[in-house]
Design a protein around this ligand. Structure first.
Ligand code: PLP
Length: 397
């Protein structure tokens, strides 16, 4: 019955990660998947999470269904984290928010919601972008297109072209944007560029979808959410997805949020109802454990302060690794400008390496980088950074 179906080729990033694990060489470096590793190469179990779990008293609790939209304390925490404690939109009841199954779940529910609200609209995604954005929106029946974003040869944003592209879109088009730590390039718009972009979105009656998977990994928890808050302050109607996968090191717990900022409390109530209807028919309600831990860490002052310190620690490590990699590369390769490493922020950097150079890194040095040339910076640490920069210098010479 199903023999006509195509074989799933697998996710190219996960596939390359598998290849890395099968590589028998002792000296090898995995810069493929977007996971935060500490300097010892481990995925951290945050102290704030451990303490919250201890307080929640282990596994011996009943497991009723959560509300379709998730835990109330979790949803409030998402609103506060994304929109800020003093948000006018939140206070006015203009924000509909659900607890989502990771950031990916937020994108999926948001995509279904947009398709139902505007069945003829298409979405525009940055070029380059995250492949799964295309897959998620296409899976929801929305055609995907790209807008100019980054010139990988010149290692710079194509902001004027981006504005031009967005100015040309039909009204009610959807526009996928990354408020911080752009995946895959690590290149973000400046505050001034967001201020220039927001009126273009408003004038075109476009519907932005802000995807914030790395809040806290760029300049700070509040700073990284700045573009979302600026958009809310400007009175735009838009969607915002956030994820706790990275900043709570909570990947497998699948904790995220989807918020829709509306023009009025009445509209937000309608939207909240539609989001619930969509959730009900996909997975009915979100999981409990991660939701409770997240809500506790976010709402308890002591755990929250500890968590903020831990996020700051992760952010500082990424920035330090970026500086060190840049210094080493520039020392090894006189004339080579590795400034992109410190100008870009968050988990990823776009190296601009060619297919041949990427292949040589893999084959000759055991350095695994995905085909776009994007590196996941936290894969570097004290023990492998010298080896990595030497390998990179060797293929660039
Ligand atoms: N959006 C972007 C841009 C991402 O890079 C990721 C994760 O890699 C996600 C969303 C999904 O996050 P989650 O793992 O919470 O589903």
């Amino acid at each position: 019955m199903f023999e006509h179906l195509e074989k799933y080729a697998g996710d190219p990033i996960f596939r390359l990660g598998d290849e890395f694990h099968q590589d028998p060489r002792e000296r090898k470096v995995n810069l493929t998947v977007g996971l935060y590793y500490d300097d010892a190469g481990r995925i951290p179990l945050l102290r704030s999470v451990q303490q919250a779990e201890a307080r929640l008293g282990g596994e011996l609790r009943p497991r009723p269904y959560l509300p379709i939209e998730g835990l109330p304390a979790y949803r409030s925490a998402v609103q506060e984290l994304v929109f800020g404690a003093g948000s006018e939109a939140v206070r006015a009841g203009r924000v509909a928010t659900i607890q989502s199954v990771g950031g990916t779940g937020a994108l999926k529910v948001g995509a279904d919601f947009l398709h139902a609200a505007y069945p003829d609209s298409h979405i525009w995604i940055s070029d380059p972008g995250w492949d799964n954005h295309h897959a998620i929106f296409q899976g929801a029946g929305i055609a995907t297109h790209t807008y100019a974003y980054y010139d990988s040869q010149g290692q710079s944003l194509r902001f004027e072209r981006m504005l031009e592209d967005l100015r040309a879109l039909p009204r009610h088009s959807f526009v996928l944007l990354h408020p911080c730590c752009h995946n895959p390039t690590g290149a973000d718009l400046s505050r001034e560029q967001w201020q220039a972009l927001i009126p273009v979105l408003a004038a075109g009656e476009l519907i932005p979808f802000m995807d914030m998977a790395y809040q806290g990994f760029g300049r700070g928890l509040d700073e990284d959410a700045g573009p979302v808050r600026a958009m809310a302050d400007a009175g735009l109607t838009f969607l915002a997805a956030n994820s706790f996968s990275k900043n709570l090191s909570f990947y497998a717990e699948r904790c995220g949020g989807l918020s829709v900022v509306c023009g009025s409390a009445d509209e937000a109530e309608r939207v909240q109802g539609q989001l619930k209807a969509i959730v009900r028919r996909i997975y009915s309600n979100p999981p409990m454990h991660g939701g409770q831990v997240t809500a506790l860490v976010m709402s308890d002052p002591e755990l929250r302060a500890l968590w903020e310190d831990e996020v700051a620690e992760m952010r500082a490590r990424i920035a330090a690794v970026r500086r060190q990699a840049r210094e080493q590369l520039e020392a090894r390769l006189p004339g080579y400008d590795a400034g992109y490493l410190t100008e870009q922020q968050g988990m990823f950097s776009y190296t601009g390496l060619s297919a041949a150079q990427l292949h040589a890194l893999r084959a000759e040095h055991g350095v695994y980088i995905i085909d776009s040339g994007r590196i996941s910076v936290p894969g570097l640490n004290t023990r492998n950074i010298d080896y990595f920069t030497e390998a990179m210098a060797a293929v660039l010479r």
